[in-house]
Design a protein around this ligand. Structure first.
Ligand SMILES: Nc1ncnc2c1ncn2[C@@H]1O[C@H](COP(=O)(O)OP(=O)(O)OP(=O)(O)O)[C@@H](O)[C@H]1O
Ligand SMILES: [Mg+2]
Length: 355
């Protein structure tokens, strides 16, 4: 299996040998503490040294798996922080009434806080409910409050209920000048396949599925994939599963390897080479309103998420600028993917125009 920190380790090893030769005996990078400090420096000064490539188009990624506790929120938050620390403007949308992503990003989400609920069910624009984060000036968050728990029912009577989030994101992006548009929009879904997840699947251009390296990991996945197929046929022809991320990998168990192998056999190249290990620092970080990258940047959890985010970004830079496959004959809202970042002008291409 590919070691998620391989790239980082080799660059650290290069640093180690060059500093050893330049100052004989001065820096002992063999010591675990020194290595961890070096890793931490690397992560925290990432954007200056080694920025991630920008995607060829705005990527709206729905992080979904109706199975609970598989690492959806942890992956959304840590990938989001990694992308932002490495130079890419990122918006995290918390679409889970539990509000875990908001907590982990240290964003207020008590009842009454302007939140995604106001944009989905109310009349607020997404721009009115976006909050800054302390992790990075490039990372913004739309928090979820407990009000969102009622949205599944309240949305039932709303016109175009499945399209509410997509339209909110499109309006938000269109209203921004190109140099302020996010490169990445990450949507954290609740552990269900209800109207909230449906809104996220209609809003996204791609799905990232975190899979826990545990028994039963693949159970229920068929149902999620069927739902994504249905959404593609009827509501959002542009959606596809583009990324699988293996989470909570425990290298001490044979089971973790078996699950990882099975997932790779099933999904092939969709599975990121980087694997997120089970790491206690990852689970501690939200308690401090932080991602693991800011809480313990040198930890294995942190470096693995950085590596996964780098692979995600590299794949994003290699995507075709505009993927209109399957769009013919469908009258949907313009794909967000058709909007570019950083080119100084908006050029949304609606599906009607593309026919
Ligand atoms: N790599 C990891 N190492 C250790 N603990 C982890 C790791 N990833 C996630 N966890 C912990 O596992 C639990 C579930 O993770 P998380 O909340 O991200 O899952 P989820 O899929 O979003 O859950 P839900 O379905 O409830 O929304 C959390 O307590 C989290 O801190
Ligand atoms: Mg969650």
């Amino acid at each position: 299996m590919t070691d998620p920190g391989e790239r980082l380790r080799s660059s650290l090893a290069a640093d180690q040998s060059s500093s050893a030769s330049s100052s004989s005996g001065m820096a002992d990078f063999d010591s675990p503490i020194a290595m961890e400090a070096l890793r931490a420096t690397r992560v925290l000064h990432a954007a200056d040294q080694d920025p991630f490539p920008a995607p060829s188009r705005i990527r709206v990624i729905t992080i979904a798996n109706q199975k609970g506790g598989v690492g959806k929120t942890t992956s959304t938050v840590n990938l989001g922080v990694a992308l932002a620390l490495y130079g890419l403007r990122t918006l995290v949308i918390d679409l889970d009434p539990q509000g875990n992503a908001s907590t982990a990003l240290g964003v207020e989400h008590t009842v009454g806080t302007p939140s995604v609920y106001d944009a989905l069910v109310g009349d607020s624009s997404l721009g009115e409910v976006v909050h800054p984060t302390t992790a990075s000036p490039k990372l913004l968050c739309v928090p979820a409050t407990i009000d969102l728990a009622g949205a599944e029912i309240e949305l039932v009577s709303v016109v175009a209920r499945e399209h509410r989030l997509r339209r909110a994101i499109e309006a938000y992006i269109h209203a921004l000048p190109a140099e302020q548009r996010p490169h990445y929009v990450l949507i954290d879904c609740p552990p269900s396949l209800g109207l909230l997840t449906l809104n996220a699947l209609v809003a996204g251009d791609e799905v990232l599925i975190p899979i826990q390296c545990e028994y039963y990991a693949l159970e229920g996945l068929g149902q999620l994939l069927n739902n994504i197929d249905l959404v593609r046929q009827h509501l959002n022809p542009g959606i596809s599963v583009r990324t699988i991320l293996l989470t909570m990998y425990d290298g001490r168990t044979k089971l973790a390897d078996q699950v990882a192998d099975e997932v790779r056999n099933h999904f092939g190249d969709l599975v990121l080479p980087a694997v997120i290990p089970r790491n206690v620092r990852v689970s501690e970080a939200p308690g401090y309103g932080q991602s693991v990258l800011t809480y313990d940047p040198g930890s294995r959890g942190s470096t693995s998420y950085v590596e996964a985010a780098r692979q995600l970004a590299e794949r994003g830079a290699a995507l075709p600028p505009l993927d209109r496959s399957g769009m013919a004959g469908v009258t949907a809202a313009p794909p967000v993917a058709a909007l570019s970042v950083d080119d100084g002008e908006q050029h949304a291409v609606s599906t009607q125009e593309s026919q």
